[in-house]
Design a protein around this ligand. Structure first.
Ligand code: COA
Length: 212
């Protein structure tokens, strides 16, 4: 099994791609001390939020996981995470404080994940998104992700389907591939290879709950 490079890549300084920026946004690695604020956003963002234990386990035990937070001044306003395995990055979560949505912070978080994934040696990125989550889908489309398949009944709360999206050619500096540049992969219906899912729940989510 491949190990991630040192987490010393954390604290990557990003200087682009924040639109309608609410002041200075800083991207930092997520630490256990961030979890109370992460959980506050988590509970306002997902119908089946991850538990503190699930996040703590990701931070502490999962060598393939990389989680970041966005701060506006001292305020934690969003977070995101992924697993990097071989040359594939699998986005596990992304959320922004409802009061700060629509200001480019989700965009900034996704850009940061893409840049960090590249540094970890990943060349492609995948995620799942609810069929009904059009806001998130637009964010991913802007970043060059393309729908490639469906996971039927993926979300445990309502049995909703997930759209599987892939971004190939994870080239710097991040967004945004031109429309049609990344052709959809037909027939691709799996993200990570079998055996790389965590032992803690269904699908990609540590708590078996909703995630991209
Ligand atoms: C999805 C989410 C992370 C986006 O964060 P955000 O900070 O609001 O997003 P941004 O301001 O960076 O917007 C990025 C893109 O998202 C889309 N978007 C954002 N807000 C939108 C809205 N109200 N309506 C339609 N599209 C929207 C747009 O494509 C936008 O780019 P554009 O403004 O150039 O069109 C945020 O809405 C969120 O936390 N949602 C709840 C959790 C969730 O659904 N996570 C994703 C699970 S798959």
């Amino acid at each position: 099994m491949m190990e991630l490079p040192s987490r010393e890549v954390s604290g990557v300084a990003l200087s682009h791609d924040v639109q309608s920026q609410p002041g200075e946004i800083r991207i930092d690695p997520m630490t256990p001390g961030d979890l109370p604020l992460v959980l506050a956003i988590e509970r306002r963002s997902f119908p089946t939020p991850w538990s503190e234990r699930a996040f703590a386990s990701e931070l502490r035990d999962n060598l393939y996981a990389d989680y970041i937070v966005a701060r506006h001044g001292d305020r934690l306003v969003g977070y995101a995470g992924m697993w990097c395995i071989l040359d594939e990055a699998h986005v596990t979560t992304i959320a922004v404080d409802p009061e700060f949505r629509g200001r480019g912070i989700g965009n900034r978080l996704l850009t940061a994940l893409e840049e960090r994934a590249l540094r970890y040696g990943c060349r492609r990125m995948t995620l799942e998104v609810r069929v009904s989550n059009h806001v998130a889908q637009r964010l991913y489309l802007r970043h060059g992700f393309r729908p490639c398949g469906i996971r039927r009944g993926y979300y445990v709360d309502n049995g909703e389907d997930a759209i599987i999206m892939w971004r190939d050619r994870l080239d710097p500096p991040g967004p945004v591939a031109a429309e049609g540049e990344d052709a959809p992969r037909t027939g691709r219906d799996a993200g990570l290879q079998a055996g790389t899912e965590p032992a803690t729940g269904a699908g990609a989510a540590p708590g078996g709950s909703e995630r991209p």
